[in-house]
Design a protein around this ligand. Structure first.
Ligand code: ADP
Ligand code: MG
Ligand code: ZN
Length: 500
């Protein structure tokens, strides 16, 4: 008879006994005007089914493919951005399999000579920076889309939409370097940011432009050899990438604990149930009978072309974060938040340029605090004009309007689209901070509070605080407090001189 250990102890001890090994495969739709091997428009999202097709992408006999130069450039740019090696020449291969989403019966892909190999990407995790080796990035064509529906007679039918057939697709494969589900999520997020930054892809997971697959295996903590891996598909968000891997680690640990073998298979992620399920037994690459594509010439990557692509690369996210931190003095956290989203990056950069002479950290506070606060609370996207934000930041930094008023103006600017200057004027914020208006408010308060003025003269310094409070009250809290205090002191000093 064997005694089972309590379930809670077993679960908690998974990582004491097994080390997870994870490799990530990402497919991403490249941002090109036309498809990979024909002139059909690649802008087919939401279009009527089979409206973006031609003999080439329908795989009709006798049609011949032509290489999309832009797609090759985008993969090369990605390869350079992850510090990979680019071969002087490469070629295309046919990956053969039968399925209705593949009209030719083969997919044009790259097998043993990918456009980029041996790269790397470093991500920040809760346990510090972590570098993942990227094995390869290659170019291939996407397949058609199958829609499973009910036919007119109520029977199940499968419909094929060939719009996506032949769209350019990049596959990026890591080495099995990752050890936690968090590292996998952070890798996918950082890769998305990189692809968007260099303009290779819109990389929207919800729209299927970035598809993440995770290979997961466990090995005993003291073992060298990797265990049998399972491939997980159907993860539609970064959060589900992390959850799916976490759940799969638990499932495999339970199987191994029970003395069962892990089966090499492809599993899907069920978001609502929070578990993976069997999709199919994994094919091996032998099954695809890869061979060189006879209809396309080999591809030569000339050094000058590659250098041109390298020279056109924008500042990459890692370099940007480092510049924000080291040169602009932003906190690592703010630098990461601003660099994580190209829209936020643009707003920060443009505001900074328009707010010359203002401390970048002040601009950063407005962008990460006020702007992102408004954006998170809003249903859809919000628009902030960098020139208006710069004006606002400057007004607050100069003490012309209070921070609270500045915040209010930003909210109004987002809600109405009116300029910050016009809003400050209309709300009377400008008036309150206006030196003349403030002076007359101070005069009125001093005239109305002879006792406090006398107290001040008698050496009761606290009377200043009381008088400033009265000025704030008279201006309905809209005066800049430090300006008001300065004005009160100045006025009291002047009055003292006049009498003395
Ligand atoms: P396939 O030909 O099936 O795509 P690959 O050898 O190209 O398989 O590997 C696919 C992915 O699986 C890569 O990211 C790789 O790092 C990862 N991988 C390979 N072996 C393991 C393993 N034992 N455990 C986890 N991941 C693995
Ligand atoms: Mg693969
Ligand atoms: Zn076509």
């Amino acid at each position: 008879m064997t005694l089972a250990r309590p379930a809670s102890r077993r679960a908690g001890a998974v990582l004491d006994r097994y080390q997870p090994v994870i490799g990530i495969e990402v497919h991403c739709r490249l941002r090109t005007a036309s498809k990979m091997f024909c002139a059909c428009s690649a802008d087919f999202d939401g279009a009527a089914p089979n409206s973006h097709v031609c003999p080439v992408c329908l795989g009709l006999p006798g049609s011949l493919p032509v290489i999309n130069r832009r797609a090759v450039e985008l993969v090369l740019a990605t390869g350079l951005a992850v510090e990979g090696s680019i071969p002087a020449a490469t070629r295309w291969d046919r990956k053969n399999y039968f399925y209705p989403d593949l009209p030719k019966g083969y997919q044009i892909s790259q097998y043993d000579l990918p456009l980029a190999s041996n790269g790397q990407l470093t991500v920040n995790t809760s346990e510090g920076p972590f570098t993942i080796r990227i094995r390869r990035a290659h170019l291939e064509e996407d397949t058609a889309r199958l829609v499973h529906a009910a036919g007119e007679d109520g029977r199940a039918v499968s419909l094929v939409d060939y719009n996506r057939s032949g769209a350019p697709l990049m596959e990026i494969v890591t080495e099995p370097d990752l050890r936690t589900a968090e590292q996998a999520r952070r890798y996918a997020e950082e890769l998305q940011l990189l692809l968007r930054t260099i303009g290779a892809s819109d990389a929207d997971m919800e729209r299927g432009q970035l598809r993440v697959e995770a290979n997961v295996s466990l090995r005993p903590v003291d073992a060298e050899a990797f265990g049998t891996r399972v491939e997980i598909k159907n993860m539609n968000s970064f959060r589900s990438v992390e959850r799916a891997i976490g759940s799969e680690i638990e499932r495999q640990a339970a199987a191994l604990d029970a003395g069962e073998a892990v089966v090499q298979e492809t599993r899907g992620w069920d978001e609502t149930r929070g578990t993976t399920y069997v999709m199919r037994v994994k094919e091996s690459s032998d099954d695809y009978r890869y061979f060189p594509e006879p209809d396309l010439p080999p591809l030569h990557v000339e050094a000058a072309w590659l250098e041109e692509i390298r020279a056109r690369l924008p500042e990459l996210p890692a370099a940007r974060r480092e510049r924000y931190r080291a040169t602009l003095g932003l906190s690592a956290y703010d630098a990461a938040v601003i660099a994580a989203d190209p829209d936020v990056t643009r707003l920060f950069e443009s505001t900074l340029a328009a707010a010359r002479g203002i401390d970048p950290r002040t601009v950063s506070t407005w962008v990460t605090g006020e702007y992102l606060g408004l954006r998170n609370r809003s249903e859809g996207p919000i628009a902030v004009d960098p020139a208006d934000l710069a004006h606002l930041v400057r007004q607050v930094a100069d003490g012309a309007i209070s921070r609270a008023n500045g915040r209010e103006v930003l909210g109004l600017h987002v809600a109405t689209g009116e300029s910050a200057a016009a809003l400050i004027e209309a709300r009377g914020f400008r008036h309150i901070s206006d030196a003349g208006a403030l002076a007359s408010a101070v005069d009125e308060v001093l005239a109305a509070q002879p006792q406090a003025v006398a107290d001040f003269r008698a050496g009761k310094w606290q009377a200043v605080g009381f008088l400033v409070g009265q000025v704030m009250k008279a201006t309905r809290g809209q005066a800049n407090a430090s300006l008001a205090q300065a004005a009160v002191r100045e006025r009291l000093a002047k009055a003292g001189e006049g009498e003395g």
